[in-house]
Design a protein around this ligand. Structure first.
Ligand SMILES: Cc1cc2nc3c(=O)[nH]c(=O)nc-3n(C[C@H](O)[C@H](O)[C@H](O)COP(=O)(O)OP(=O)(O)OC[C@H]3O[C@@H](n4cnc5c(N)ncnc54)[C@H](O)[C@@H]3O)c2cc1C
Length: 398
């Protein structure tokens, strides 16, 4: 194998949120890390191309952020999620006809999780990486080729240089070039849906309640953020069929505000749009394998889910946590990668199937089926042991 160029323990392809956290986590575990991404991170909310989504981190993810030396830096910006509220508004009128609350206090001293804006995560994690001597983050350079053998992996970068790595981590998104280079296929489900992500201010305080409202087209979710310009604020994820999202985005601001307030059922009083709108295509996807020689796929390179129940990045951090644990002695060894494949692939497949069902139930247009959904919601979530079990699953405790 060609040996010219740099050598490292871990080469991370992709500096999205998953790749950046991976660089900090492997770096904190003492490995030499290079992380590459052709697109430099956008670290200001108002800048073009900024990621206006937020991430609700559940408990196991916080443990990983602590291990990576990130939580101390992130926690001052995080909003706790104390209550998960599920609302059915599927009747003739778009009003809340059934509400179920899950309060984390019923099972734990801690909240379910903490919410943080994605653009801010990029800013804080990139700053941390710059302080780590054993981590080199190279925005502006991407992965151009990969030759992986059992002994080592050779990565060709877009600037023509080469890096030899013991482990390549493919964190380069849903169209992962690392996955393609390994010839690993994917199974993709398209829903014809998109998610609008943006921030709002509102009249009533959110009281750290995250609210998911179901009517048709997909859930409408309000996730707590810190106050903005002295007013309570939340992140919105509004899922609808693609054509409806295109119609909404083309409305003038007044008409959009009317649709927004109708869809939110007035649950937090009047909502006022506070950022531009961003639209995200919704799919489910799983790679047929999560590993190749000296290579592991994590995050959206491995699996994509619709944004329901804050699962996407939390699943990704579970991948990462296991991979860091398995990489203590010989990162990229056959035994560690076999264990990674065994433990993460089946878990991801089951979770994707569960979220797919929830999404399909939330998309339902037909009234009788919407009534059935509300009845099911009321009955299932009304049973105390089921509620406790679901809350523990949300918290990541057994
Ligand atoms: C509306 C919405 C809301 C969400 N909310 C939540 C939530 O509350 N909680 C949660 O857990 N998850 C949530 N998710 C999911 C979460 O946002 C994603 O899982 C996460 O952002 C994906 O991160 P990623 O790093 O895998 O992929 P990406 O962000 O796509 O990053 C991939 C990176 O790879 C880079 N890349 C591309 N080509 C190359 C190359 N040749 N070489 C190197 N790098 C390359 C790209 O430039 C990019 O930076 C949500 C998703 C959506 C759509």
């Amino acid at each position: 194998m060609h040996r010219a160029g740099a050598e490292t323990d871990i080469l991370i392809s992709g500096g999205g949120i998953a790749g950046l956290i991976a660089a900090a986590a492997f770096g904190a575990a003492g490995h030499r890390v290079i992380c590459v991404d052709p697109a430099p991170p956008v670290t200001e909310e108002g800048a073009a191309g900024s990621d206006l989504r937020t991430t609700a981190f559940l408990h196991p993810s916080i443990r990983l952020l602590e291990r990576a030396g990130l939580w101390g830096r992130l926690s001052p910006h995080a909003t706790p999620l104390q209550v998960m509220r599920i609302v059915d508004a599927g009747g003739t009128e778009p009003t809340a006809r059934l509400t179920r609350d899950f309060d984390a206090a019923d099972i734990s001293d801690a909240p379910f999780g903490w919410n943080l804006p994605n653009w801010l995560l990029r800013r804080e994690i990139a700053t941390r990486l710059a302080e780590m001597e054993n981590v080199s983050f190279r925005p502006g350079t991407g992965t151009a080729g990969l030759t992986a053998r059992d002994s080592e992996a050779l990565v060709t970068l877009s600037d023509g240089s080469h890096v030899t790595a013991r482990l390549v981590v493919g964190a380069d998104g849903r169209n992962s070039p690392v996955r393609t280079a390994l010839g690993i296929g994917v199974k993709t489900t398209r829903y014809g849906q998109k998610a609008l992500a943006f921030a709002v201010t509102h009249e009533r305080p959110h009281d750290n309640v995250s609210t998911e409202i179901h009517r048709s087209g997909g859930p409408f979710t309000l996730v707590p953020l810190p106050d903005r310009d002295g007013k309570p604020s939340s992140a919105v994820v509004w899922m609808e069929r693609g054509a409806e999202v295109a119609r909404l985005m083309a409305l003038d601001p007044q008409d959009f505000a009317a649709e927004l307030n109708a869809r939110s059922t007035g649950i937090l009083g009047q909502l006022t749009q506070a950022t531009r709108l961003s639209a995200w295509p919704i799919i489910s996807q799983i790679a047929s394998r999560f590993t190749g020689p000296r290579t592991a796929l994590i995050a959206e390179a491995a699996h994509v889910v619709p944004p329901i129940g804050a699962q996407g990045l939390n699943m990704s951090l579970a991948d990462l946590s296991l991979l860091v644990d398995l990489s203590q002695d010989d990162p990229g060894s056959r035994a560690s990668l076999d264990a990674f494949q065994r433990r993460r692939w089946t878990e991801a497949r089951l979770r994707i199937a569960g979220i797919d069902l929830l999404n399909r139930a939330s998309m339902i247009e037909a009234r009788p089926l919407r009534d059935l959904r509300a009845a099911g919601l009321g009955a299932i979530y009304g049973i105390a042991p089921v509620r406790r079990l679901m809350m523990k699953a949300g918290l990541g405790v057994s």
